[in-house]
Design a binder for this molecule. Structure first.
Ligand code: V47
Length: 427
């Protein structure tokens, strides 16, 4: 096995002293100018981690002043059977393995009914790359949920699944891969798809790809899927799965590639790039992209979700995974480097609610939702049942100093009375 997969990275000790290099970075960021890779390197390595967090919080307060978001959601994994065998993944099974499953449409309808009864506004639907289910299974799944619970937004299928579906539907064209992607996304959108989640991005680097998730799509294809989704008016999210065999430099490259892709998306939405082609939402007075009343009338990245590597049960479980401070730092740096992403999510299921609360003060403005069933990673001691209450989410947010705002998937405030919910008029 190559050295990079076996050797844990040496930690950067945090130190109480101030790092004067961060003054210039603060000034640069608050002027709404794009941070350079060099500045990102300083942020990722300085011992003065609390100043990094403070700058990230100042920028976050400029973007989303005074509030933090949560939602009422459910996750649905339709199958854990996967043609791939990524080294960081504990979720996948091969057909016939103990614990392998695929959900029937009746089971999926029942989950949609439960989500609806619980007042959920979103279902987050992903699975493995199932080798045999026909394309009709996926469109019928979305239609079945839409019929059962028409008000629920369907955030479904990572870019990796979308490319897999181009093959299942026999629409894959090696000489024009976006044609198949566009075909699949259009069919899914017609069946009820509302947006794409951010999973499957991992780290945009060929070395890391070949060592840890060979066989999965590479960064260019992941970005193609999101670009086509944006062109079709769908909003999407993005992730970075860090703390395994990647270097800090590779994390920065990933962030840089994402912000360039968002520059393109925002240019399509009539934002004006500066002379370097950059669009920063952190310039004072720049409006955030407006979530539309109509589904399919968006077309940009909404949120970056830094995902800490969970070693338990996967092929590279000898690696220790990131520490708490590394988690805080990575999230803060994501806030600062991704100056054109309106939101940063501290996904409590993977960060823990306690860490997510701290992250609200270090750049995050969203802690995700009530969730209930989550099968991809488990915090120590957790089972697939990972649920929290609205009261706990709100308490964590209030204690962190923010007003809790329930949002829908597109970051529109949700208004509730005892029985129903509606979307607040667009700001
Ligand atoms: O795609 C898999 C990652 C992702 C491990 O878009 C792992 O709102 C850490 O993408 N350790 C799924 N990570 C989660 C995801 C997500 C979660 C919440 C909200 C949204 C959103 C997206 O989890 C996978 C993969 O990148 N993953 N195994 C692991 N051992």
């Amino acid at each position: 096995m190559p050295a990079a997969t076996t050797k844990p990275r040496s930690p950067t000790p945090a130190a109480p002293r101030r790092d004067p290099r961060l003054d210039a970075i603060r000034e640069h960021a608050l002027a709404g100018r794009r941070l350079t890779i060099d500045q990102g390197r300083t942020l990722l390595t300085t011992p003065d981690i609390w100043t990094v967090c403070e700058i990230a919080n100042t920028v976050r307060q400029r973007l989303t002043p005074g509030i933090a978001y949560y939602n009422i959601n459910r996750h649905l994994n339709y199958s854990n059977i996967c043609a791939l065998s990524c080294k960081f993944c504990e979720f996948y099974r091969k057909r016939g393995d103990e614990g392998a499953y695929e959900r029937s449409l009746d089971e999926i309808r029942a989950e949609a009914r439960k989500a609806f009864d619980a007042g959920a506004t979103e279902m987050h639907i992903v699975g493995g790359l199932h080798p045999y289910l026909p394309f009709s299974y996926y469109t019928e799944m979305l239609s079945a949920i839409r019929e059962t619970a028409p008000s629920i937004h369907l955030k479904a299928f990572t870019a990796v699944e979308i490319v897999h579906l181009t093959k299942i539907a026999r629409q894959f064209k090696a000489d024009d891969r976006t044609a198949g992607i566009r075909w699949v996304l259009t069919q899914l959108k017609d069946a009820g798809l509302g947006s794409l989640p951010g999973g499957g991005a991992e780290v945009f680097d060929d070395r890391v790809h070949d060592e840890a998730y060979k066989g999965k799509i590479r960064s260019d294809v992941w970005l193609d899927v999101h670009r086509v989704a944006h062109e079709l008016g769908l909003n999407t999210n993005a992730t970075i799965l860090y703390g395994h065999i990647e270097s800090r430099e590779e994390r920065l490259t990933h962030m840089d590639m994402l912000r360039r892709a968002q520059d393109e998306a925002l240019t399509r939405l009539n934002y004006t790039p500066d002379d370097t082609g950059a669009i920063t939402l952190t310039t004072a007075g720049t409006p955030l992209p407006t979530p539309s009343k109509e589904l399919g009338a968006g077309g940009y990245f909404q949120t970056i979700i830094p995902l800490p590597f969970f070693p338990d049960g996967c092929e590279i479980e000898h690696l220790p995974g990131p520490t708490g401070l590394e988690n805080l730092r990575t999230l803060a740096v994501a806030r600062l480097m991704l100056d054109n992403f309106p939101h940063v999510k501290a996904f409590w299921i993977m960060q823990s609610l306690k860490m997510a609360q701290l992250m609200l003060q270090c750049g995050a403005d969203d802690i995700d939702g009530t969730v209930v069933w989550y099968d991809i990673t488990k915090l120590s001691g957790a089972t697939t049942h990972q649920e929290t209450s609205v009261d706990d989410l709100r308490r964590a947010i209030i204690e962190a100093g923010f007003e809790p705002v329930e949002r829908d998937t597109l970051y529109r405030p949700v208004l509730r009375d005892s029985k129903n919910w509606t979307i607040a008029p667009t700001r």
